[in-house]
Design a protein around this ligand. Structure first.
Ligand SMILES: N[C@@H](CCC(=O)N[C@@H](CS)C(=O)NCC(=O)O)C(=O)O
Length: 231
C-alpha cells in the first residue's frame, strides 16, 4: 500500500484547487514520493469519515492516516528523513512554521477576498449549495458582495506581498537557492486562485511573478499543467 492524498476537486476530477492540498502535492514531489491523488468533494464527508474530521488534505501512508497540511509536512520529513528535507531541520522548521502562519493568516485571506465569488462556477454540482451557504454564513454576506471592489483590494494584495517581493528580489526561492516548504506554502495560494479565477494577481514586472513562473515549472510543470486559468 503506497501513499494516497485526498484532494479537493471541482467540477472536473482534474480541477484541484485547495491551497492546503496543493502544498502537500508539491511537498510529495519535493520528497520524490510517488502517490495517488484522490479527488474529493466538499460534500463527500463520508469518504473521509475514517479520519474523524471533515477536511482535506488527508494523507494515508499504508495504515497511517495524517490530516492537516502542516502535520503532513512534518510527518513526511520525519518518516522520510533520508529524502530531501522539506522543513530544513529544527531551526528551519521554526521559520517554516512562521512563513506558513503568514501565508495562512495574511495571504490566503486576501486571496479569499478576491476569488471567493469565482469558486461556485467551478464546483461539482453537488457542492454548490453547501459551498455558497457555508461561505456566506462565514462572511456574513453574499459571495458577490464580499468580492466587490476588487480593484482596491488587488492593490492591497500587491502591497502585502512586500516582504516576499523583497526576499525574492534577492534570492530565487524563499528557502534560498532551491524551493522547499516556504515556497510551497506561498505557491499554494496562487495555485488555488489559478484553479478557479481568471483574475491576474501579479504584475509581470514583480519579482514574485518571476518566482511564481519558476514554481509553476517546478517538478515537470506540475502546477502549470494543472487545470486552471493560464495566469
Ligand atoms: N488547517 C487545515 C485546513 C484544511 C482546510 O481548510 N481544507 C478545506 C479545503 S481548502 C476543507 O477541506 N474544507 C472542508 C469544508 O469546508 O467543508 C490544513 O492546513 O490542512
Amino acid at each position: 500500500m503506497g501513499i494516497s492524498l485526498y484532494e479537493l476537486a471541482g467540477a472536473e476530477d482534474e480541477r484541484r484547487f485547495s491551497p492546503y492540498c496543493w502544498r502537500i502535492r508539491l511537498a510529495l514531489r519535493h520528497k520524490g514520493l510517488p502517490f495517488d491523488g484522490i479527488p474529493w468533494r466538499f460534500t463527500e464527508k463520508d469518504r473521509i469519515a475514517f479520519t474523524g474530521q471533515g477536511k482535506v488534505p488527508v494523507l494515508t501512508d499504508g495504515d497511517r492516516v495524517v490530516v492537516d497540511s502542516w502535520a503532513i509536512a512534518a510527518y513526511l520529513d520525519e518518516t522520510y528523513a533520508d529524502r530531501p528535507s522539506l522543513l530544513g531541520g529544527p531551526s528551519g522548521k521554526g521559520m517554516a512554521r512562521f512563513i506558513t502562519d503568514w501565508c495562512d493568516g495574511v495571504v490566503l485571506p486576501a486571496v479569499f477576498r478576491l476569488i471567493l465569488a469565482d469558486i461556485p462556477r467551478h464546483l461539482h454540482d453537488k457542492d454548490v449549495a453547501y459551498f455558497r451557504t457555508s461561505r456566506e454564513q462565514r462572511v456574513g454576506m453574499s459571495l458577490e458582495a464580499f468580492c466587490a471592489e476588487r480593484g482596491p483590494r488587488l492593490a492591497e494584495f500587491g502591497k502585502l506581498l512586500a516582504p516576499f517581493r523583497q526576499c525574492l528580489g534577492r534570492q530565487p526561492y524563499l528557502a534560498g537557492d532551491a524551493p522547499a516548504w516556504p515556497d510551497y506554502a506561498l505557491q499554494s495560494a496562487f495555485q488555488w486562485a489559478r484553479g478557479v479565477s481568471p483574475l491576474h494577481l501579479l504584475e509581470t514586472d514583480d519579482p514574485v511573478f518571476d518566482w511564481r513562473e519558476r514554481m509553476l515549472d517546478a517538478f515537470d510543470g506540475e502546477g502549470r499543467k494543472a487545470l486552471g486559468y493560464p495566469v
